[in-house]
Design a protein around this ligand. Structure first.
Ligand SMILES: Nc1ncnc2c1ncn2[C@@H]1O[C@H](COP(=O)(O)OP(=O)(O)O)[C@@H](O)[C@H]1O
Ligand SMILES: [Mg+2]
Length: 218
């Protein structure tokens, strides 16, 4: 992780576009060369704050995903900008649009939702538990592959996920009403998930479908 002075940071982010911000300020910046800087607030005062930062987790997860052949961002550098109490990841964009943008842009296609269900099953079979798995953090690439961004909150295990974690992850996937509205109350995602995941257990399948239904109604 490289220390950046405020001056260096300002120079790097000169003329950038703000892609996301919250009540604490700028969060995601697109630089003029189209690379992205994502900032994380440092909440702890102790020196360990940068060792356990979300920026480091982000970088580690990107490496894991690449090893598993799951499209994601390409890391350029990690920064510690003490003067503004932020750590940051600097990365090359994963080309494409978010699933949310894709669904907004055209009528729902069954094939697209089926592929999305299959992709989520693939993540779980590979042991990936992605806590930010809503439609704004899954990218559709120009080659119509799916990939992940916003990857600081993720755990990756050597084993495929068990029943409990698979079902728990649904709460993250179907968390936002704006996403649920986009899929218009159909169950293609979960049906295709079950058709492609490595589990063939009736009780699991029933629980899985029931949880999806409940989440989409609430
Ligand atoms: N690698 C990327 N490729 C394309 N767009 C991106 C990428 N990273 C971020 N973005 C855009 O920036 C937005 C916010 O980035 P994200 O990391 O999801 O931050 P947030 O914490 O605000 O959700 C995304 O929804 C997307 O539109
Ligand atoms: Mg996001």
């Amino acid at each position: 992780m490289r220390n950046l002075s405020l001056q260096e940071f300002n120079k790097l982010s000169q003329s950038s576009t703000i892609l996301a911000e919250d009540e604490y300020g700028k969060k995601v910046l697109e630089l003029t060369d189209h690379s992205i800087i994502k900032l994380f607030r440092v909440k702890r005062f102790i020196s360990q704050a940068t060792i356990y930062s979300p920026a480091r987790r982000f970088a580690k997860n990107a490496k894991h995903l690449q090893r598993l052949n799951i499209p994601t961002i390409s890391l350029i550098d990690l920064y510690n900008i003490k003067s503004i109490k932020r750590t940051a990841v600097h990365y090359q964009q994963l080309e494409g649009i978010t699933v949310r943008e894709y669904l907004y842009s055209k009528p729902v296609e069954d094939k697209f939702l089926a592929q999305l269900g299959q992709f989520i099953a693939h993540l779980h079979d590979k042991g990936i538990f992605f806590r930010s798995a809503h439609f704004g953090n899954i990218i559709v690439t120009p080659e119509k592959q799916f990939g992940l961004i916003d990857i600081s909150d993720m755990s990756i295990s050597h084993f495929s996920l068990g029943y409990f974690k698979r079902i728990r992850n649904l709460k993250h996937i179907f968390r936002l009403p704006e996403d649920i509205q986009l899929i218009q109350n159909n169950d293609i995602i979960e049906k295709n998930y079950l058709a492609h995941c490595g589990i063939n257990n009736k009780k699991f399948q029933q629980d899985f479908l029931r949880t999806c239904q409940k989440l989409k109604q609430s």
